[in-house]
Design a protein around this ligand. Sequence first.
Ligand SMILES: NC(=O)c1ccc[n+]([C@@H]2O[C@H](COP(=O)([O-])OP(=O)(O)OC[C@H]3O[C@@H](n4cnc5c(N)ncnc54)[C@H](O)[C@@H]3O)[C@@H](O)[C@H]2O)c1
Ligand SMILES: [Zn+2]
Length: 363
Amino acid sequence: MNQFSLKAKLFFGPQAVEHLSSLACTNVLVVTDGFLQESGMVSKMTQYLPSGAHVSVYSNVRPDPSQELVDAGVEMIFGVKPDVVIAFGGGSCIDATKAILYFAGQKGLAHPYFLAIPTTAGTGSEVTNFAVITRGDTKVALIDDALAPDGALLDASFTRSVPPKITADTGMDVLTHALEAYVSNQATTFTDALAVKALRVVFEDLPVVFHDGDAMRARGRMAEASCVAGIAFTNAGLGINHSLAHALGGRFHVAHGRLNAILLPYVMRFHMADSKYREPYDRCARELGMADAEDLLRHVIDLRAELGVEDRLADLGSIDAGAFEEHVGDMAEAALGDRCTPTNPRPVSRQDLVNLYRDAYNG
Ligand SMILES: NC(=O)c1ccc[n+]([C@@H]2O[C@H](COP(=O)([O-])OP(=O)(O)OC[C@H]3O[C@@H](n4cnc5c(N)ncnc54)[C@H](O)[C@@H]3O)[C@@H](O)[C@H]2O)c1
Ligand SMILES: [Zn+2]
């Protein structure tokens, strides 16, 4: 039996931020990061809350949030006892908030209304039942319907300040979500429709926002595409591109979207080498008005080049060859056990993943 669900109510479009003024709240906790707090973006958002609401801010989130910062957030939330929690930031802030609420809930906290406001057009975390937390050198994907926010507010003006490099990384994450959802062994007509729409927007609008961060119509479409891709993958699942990126990111701390972008052509070629697993790429290409899977792969490689993304992991300069070889077996093991691997279209062995890592490292 197949299922499709969307828990979060979506608020989007020009006046979406006014939803904040209608929230019934007296005690609000905002979970965010230091940059968003210090740049004034948090107060730009909280000014829309009802005037009587008391606002507390937890701004210790860092990229690839650790279990320790989640635990500190759990401690804080019991002190604040909010009736509304707002995750404000990129995937790291939204995931940290999900995990804080999840673990606090296990300790008896009554569930407050949970609203996610993304400030990157990337993870789709505002609508997914995923949260990725780093424990030691390992990124752990939590998957539970209880993690999904109650509401998601999309206002592209919050993404205007994202610099080109992070625009590229997060935008390529959207592409990877949509493509992995499309070829997933749990894909359905419903998730395919969403994935194709997200892919169309990414191919058209990601180069625009990369070259001109003030292109607000394109920023708006990317914010919606990110959310649309999130709805696709929270229902269809992801695949080994994400499994490989999680294990690498836990060890070497490179931006999640950049790792996905570098890995993607290698993962596509691995699947396309067998006609059975090439088929969904051919189908996806045709839905996008491209000739076939090879043509889709060319479009991905061209987009990556236009965004200045490296061809190989070695070109990042931050992953030492010796350290990579030392850890490649452990990373493959972690990727094999990742929660994204069971929905990959092609069954994989540990050796397949070692080979993919080495291909992506050396080119
Ligand atoms: N839960 C999910 O469904 C899901 C899906 C994919 C990835 N993830 C996880 O999400 C995390 C990545 O999230 P991300 O790619 O959004 O990046 P991020 O949240 O880690 O943020 C990256 C950087 O961008 C900055 N930033 C955010 N908004 C900005 C803005 N408006 N202007 C300027 N700078 C801004 C942040 O301060 C930070 O320095 C990873 O941990 C990844 O594993 C989660
Ligand atoms: Zn991702």
